[in-house]
Design a protein around this ligand. Sequence first.
Ligand code: ADP
Ligand code: MG
Length: 208
Amino acid sequence: MDVVLATAWLRAVAESVTADADELTKLDSAIGDGDHGVNLRRGFTAVTALLDGTAFTGVGDVFVRAGGTLVSRVGGASGPLYGSAFRALGKALPPGPVVSLPDLAGALRAGLDAVTRLGGAAPGDKTIVDAFRPAVAAFEEAVAGGAALPEAAAGAARAAGDGARATISLTARKGRASYLGERSAGHQDPGATSTWLIFQALADVTAP
Ligand code: ADP
Ligand code: MG
C-alpha cells in the first residue's frame, strides 16, 4: 500500500458513509440516538478536507492524521473509537511511502486492539468489534496464505459483512444500545455496519 492508495481508501470511506448516512442513522435510531450516519459523514468529510490540503510523509502519517481528525470532529462513541483505530493503525506502520502487506495486516490488528482497549467490548457485545475482528482475522489469514491485497481486502469485507449481519440477533452489552437490553435484539448494529463499509471501501479501491 502506498500513500495514494491509503488516501483513496479514506476518500472511498467518505463517499460510502455519505451515501449510506441515512441508512446508518436509521439503524442508530432503532437502538441508539440516531446520529451515527451524521457523525461519520461529518468526520470523514473532515478527513477528505485533510487529504486535500496535506502533503503526507508516509502511509502511516495518512492514517495517524486521519485518526486525529476523527477524534476531534466526531462526537459520540464512534469518533474516539474509529479515530483511535486509525491512529493506532498508522502508528503501527513502518515509516515511508510504501508498506508491505504483512505490515498492513499487523497495523489492522493494532487498530482493532485500540478499539477493544478503549471501548472494552468483547466479541458478541453488538459493537464495531463484531465486524472489525472477523475482518482482521480474514485479512491476516489471506496474507499468511499468500494472497495479494485485492483478495485479502475482499475477504476482510466479506467477513465484516457477515459479522455485521450477525449482530442482528445479538443483545447489546456496550454503548447506548445496551440501555435497551434485550430490546436491542432484532436490529443490525450501526457501528458494525459502518465497519463493514470501511472494509468494503478497501476492497473496492483495490479491486482489479
Ligand atoms: P453514540 O452511541 O455515542 O451516539 P455513534 O452513534 O456514533 O455514537 O456510534 C454508535 C456505535 O458505536 C454502536 O452502534 C456501536 O457499534 C459502537 N460502540 C458503542 N460503544 C462501543 C464500545 N464500547 N466498543 C466498540 N464499539 C462501540
Ligand atoms: Mg448514536
